[in-house]
Design a protein around this ligand. Structure first.
Ligand SMILES: C[S@@+](CC[C@H](N)C(=O)[O-])C[C@H]1O[C@@H](n2cnc3c(N)ncnc32)[C@H](O)[C@@H]1O
Length: 236
């Protein structure tokens, strides 16, 4: 994966999200309110946990005890969901492109020793289980049991970057494990290559073909045609 266009898009994404995070991170993470108290903001993360995880335990946990699971979150923002995940799962690894979002996410999970937050390059997961992990003597082939991303790909204006993340999740996920994520499904939301707010939209055939190309079975989907288009990709 290379190209000037992608380099420009990544720079733009980082710059825009850092600016948004400095201005009012919680508002740009969940735009429903301009001011969020800690209590309200973290409660909204609990609601995401309840709606997307606790209501879907058969697919997410597949019989495993959540406390024995390692999970990955792409685009953690200010740590809203990361914090809720750390209270439920054994180990949580979260990445985000923005320095300032990562700083706030680290603050949000402060004191939770099972939450690990990294700033990444906006296109891959090389920071997770990378050199720092091996330095502590852990294996290079460590896998996660579940991966998740919400309200992130809907902002990414490049199909290539999103697909690269899907391939990266495939690399880190255990066979049979689920990557549950949401993309932009609304055809009416026109994206522009250099706009980091409106992401590229996916139709059902787009999503199915991406799953096939990346080694996943797209078993379920919900919300085709809507902004919140949820996909359940199981690693073959
Ligand atoms: C609307 S916020 C959602 C945050 C979080 N997922 C939540 O639900 O609370 C979008 C987040 O995605 C991050 N992001 C945007 N593009 C990204 C990329 N290419 N790679 C990683 N993170 C990205 C932004 O920095 C921002 O923190």
């Amino acid at each position: 994966m290379a190209g000037l266009q992608i380099t420009r898009q990544l720079l733009r994404m980082r710059r825009d999200w850092d600016r948004r995070a400095r201005e009012n991170a919680r508002h740009y993470v969940v735009t429903g309110q301009t001011q969020w108290s800690d209590e309200e903001f973290f409660r909204s993360g609990q609601i995401t946990l309840e709606e997307e995880i606790l209501n879907d335990l058969v697919n997410v946990c597949q019989g495993k005890d959540p406390k024995d699971m390692k999970v990955l979150e792409i685009g953690c923002g200010a740590g809203r969901v990361t914090r809720a995940f750390a209270g439920f799962f054994g180990q949580v690894y979260a990445v985000d492109i923005s320095h300032e979002m990562v700083r706030q996410a680290k603050e949000a999970v402060g004191g939770m020793s099972n939450a690990h937050v990294f700033r990444n390059n906006g296109k891959d997961l090389s920071v997770v289980f990378g050199p720092w992990w091996r330095r502590f003597g852990f294996g290079a082939r460590t896998q996660v049991d579940f991966a998740f991303s919400f309200m992130v790909f809907q902002h990414i204006p490049s199909r290539e970057i999103i697909e690269n993340y899907v391939r990266e999740v495939h690399r880190l996920l255990r066979p049979g494990g689920l990557f549950k994520f949401q993309v932009q499904g609304s055809p009416g939301m026109a994206h522009e290559a250099q706009n980091s707010w409106v992401g590229v939209s996916f139709t059902e055939p787009d999503a199915r073909q991406m799953a096939e190309r990346c080694g996943f079975e797209m078993r379920y989907q919900y919300g085709a045609g809507d902004q919140y288009y949820w996909l359940w990709f199981f690693k073959k």
